[in-house]
Design a protein around this ligand. Structure first.
Ligand SMILES: Nc1ncnc2c1ncn2[C@@H]1O[C@H](COP(=O)(O)OP(=O)(O)OP(=O)(O)O)[C@@H](O)[C@H]1O
Length: 523
């Protein structure tokens, strides 16, 4: 039996009162794909950061290919043969793919950077691992999936034999996920070891060989993927059964809350939203399906007011807000869960309470109506609100004063969702509301969104997860190349129909990937 590629023994790490890892043992077999799963805050990212030398454990040992190591930083880990692809890319947008890949380990000729050798190296690695890329392209112009391939190439260029991927599929479209998985398989078949952190059980079951589950910083399950079931994994992660919630399809929608008429954003060759009309009524969830980059985000931006449409109208509760500011639109009854929770959704240096307050400071009892006068707010009331929401949404934190940046990714997302739902606005725009969120929290957030609908709220839901749209939406619109190409009622929407709509839009690979995604349980 060959030596483990990596062996972690008794790893523990505390952050103040929080025990992020508690005596964790993990053995990675060479040439295998090992998935690490667990609820938000279970300690997965901390464990990966320890393995990659970014965080020092309080106790425990690490051995790479049988040799004990003591990393004092990522450079030591890289020298030992590890590579890591982070959730948030660390690339230079204004440099080319090749320059980014070789940065810090450049091929040289007569002491000078050898551009041609760099491009050649990228081409050679890309071909060996099946990574589709253009060495000369500027990284800033690439999609999330293409940027991720650059990160993978960076690790491979440094001869990484052990590749750590932290939630690599969160930003990918279904077809990009399919190609990433074939790259992972190819790397493992060539002898590399891949560690994959993800929340998505169907992904784990389709790509991994072994699975380790963490809960509360401890290992609660080890599985051979070939014999593991979705139910067992959910149980090891949450300690309970998780039931998928679904829209009952009952009730009659009320008045029109959002009306978009012939909206076009961009002109000519740069058109990103093309003549889109839709309406969302009170007590209704309208879903938008489609591959990211097909105009969904720009449509949302135009409805919100962060992007100016070239033509068309946006009406909120009958009032034309096309020329209004974001702030005015919000004050007329619009709440939003944005796609980019770190950039737009939250202020990571600010506390949970301060983040919860954003946009609520004019609301009683926190803002002007709290008897303190205009421009003042009651800190005590704000703290109470934050504490209540932390409890209601099961945000795993040591307290309301912690900066949002110190929360695990999924818990930071729960803060944004809690804040926006607390507005009780007539219209909620939710973009990827469960991105990076664990199965138990998905169940909870889905339940909240349905409560919102059932109590008369209107929701425009944009999601890459077709299973999420099928579970929640009363109607599903499919977007392709900026236009709405199909619309389905909840009763008539099926995997095949949505797949066909995507295929009809000229993207067979996407349709196939979407169907694959839909054929596995959503847990
Ligand atoms: N720098 C830090 N300071 C304080 N607490 C931290 C820090 N980093 C992590 N934590 C805490 O350690 C715990 C484990 O966090 P970690 O990010 O490892 O979880 P995770 O399993 O990766 O979660 P997610 O699925 O949400 O990304 C969480 O309670 C988190 O708040």
């Amino acid at each position: 039996m060959s030596l483990p590629a990596v062996e972690l023994s008794g790893i523990s790490k505390r952050f103040g009162a929080v025990v992020a890892n508690d005596g964790v043992d993990l053995v990675l077999r060479p040439g295998s794909v090992h998935a690490v799963m667990g609820e938000n805050g279970a300690g997965k990212s901390t464990l990966m950061s320890i393995m990659f030398g970014m965080v020092r454990p309080d106790s425990g040992r690490i051995a790479v290919e049988g040799r004990p190591v003591d990393f004092s930083g990522p450079l030591d880990a890289i020298a030992a043969g590890l590579g890591m692809v982070h959730q948030h890319f660390r690339l230079f947008d204004e440099m080319t793919v090749a320059e980014n890949v070789v940065y810090g380990a450049e091929p040289r000729r007569f002491g000078l950077f050898d551009r041609r050798a760099a491009a050649e190296r990228v081409r050679e690695l890309a071909e060996r691992y099946g990574l589709d890329t253009d060495p000369g392209a500027l990284v800033g112009s690439l999609s999330a999936g293409a940027k991720q391939r650059v990160e993978i190439l960076k690790a491979l260029h440094r001869d990484a034999r052990i590749l750590i991927l932290d939630e690599p599929t969160a930003v990918l479209t279904p077809s990009e996920v399919t190609s990433l998985f074939s790259v992972i398989r190819r790397a493992a078949d060539g002898g590399a070891t891949v560690v994959l952190v993800t929340h998505k059980i169907h992904e784990v079951l389709s790509v991994s060989d072994e699975i380790t589950v963490l809960r509360g910083g401890r290992v609660t399950g080890r599985f051979d993927t070939a014999t593991a079931s979705a139910q067992e994994l959910v149980h090891a992660m949450t300690g309970r059964e998780v039931h998928e919630v679904a829209n009952p399809g009952t009730g009659t929608p009320g008045e029109t809350v959002l009306e978009v008429e012939h909206l076009t954003v961009g002109a000519g060759a740069t058109t990103v939203v093309s003549d889109v009309s839709l309406r969302v009524r009170a007590g209704e969830i309208v879903g938008i399906a489609g591959v990211s980059g097909n105009g969904q985000h720009d449509l949302v931006a135009a409805i919100l007011g962060t992007q100016r449409p070239d033509s068309g109208r946006v009406r909120l509760l009958g009032r034309d807000v096309t020329a209004e500011s974001v702030r005015t639109r919000r004050s007329h009854g619009l709440a939003v869960i944005p796609e980019d929770r770190r950039g737009e959704g939250s202020a990571i240096a600010m506390s949970i309470t301060e983040n919860i307050m954003l946009g609520h400071h004019r609301n009683p009892p926190i803002g002007a109506a709290s008897g303190l006068g205009r421009g003042w707010m009651s800190l005590a009331a704000a703290r109470t609100m934050a504490t209540d929401l932390i409890q209601a949404y099961d945000v795993r934190t040591s307290g309301e004063s912690l900066p949002v940046g110190a929360l695990s990714g999924g818990n930071a997302q729960k803060v944004v969702v809690a804040r926006e739902l607390a507005h009780n606005a007539p219209l909620l725009i939710a973009e990827q509301p469960t991105q990076g969120v664990d199965v138990g929290a998905i169940e909870a957030i889905h339940g909240r969104l349905l409560d919102y609908r059932n109590s008369g709220g209107a929701i425009l839901l944009v999601s890459h997860e077709i299973s999420e749209l099928m579970a929640l939406a009363d109607r599903i619109l499919v977007m392709f190349s900026g236009a709405v190409v199909a619309e389905f009622d909840r009763q008539e929407a099926t995997v095949e129909l949505i797949g066909a709509a995507l295929a009809g839009a000229g993207n067979a690979a996407q349709a196939q990937a979407a169907e694959q995604e839909l054929q596995v349980p959503a847990v």
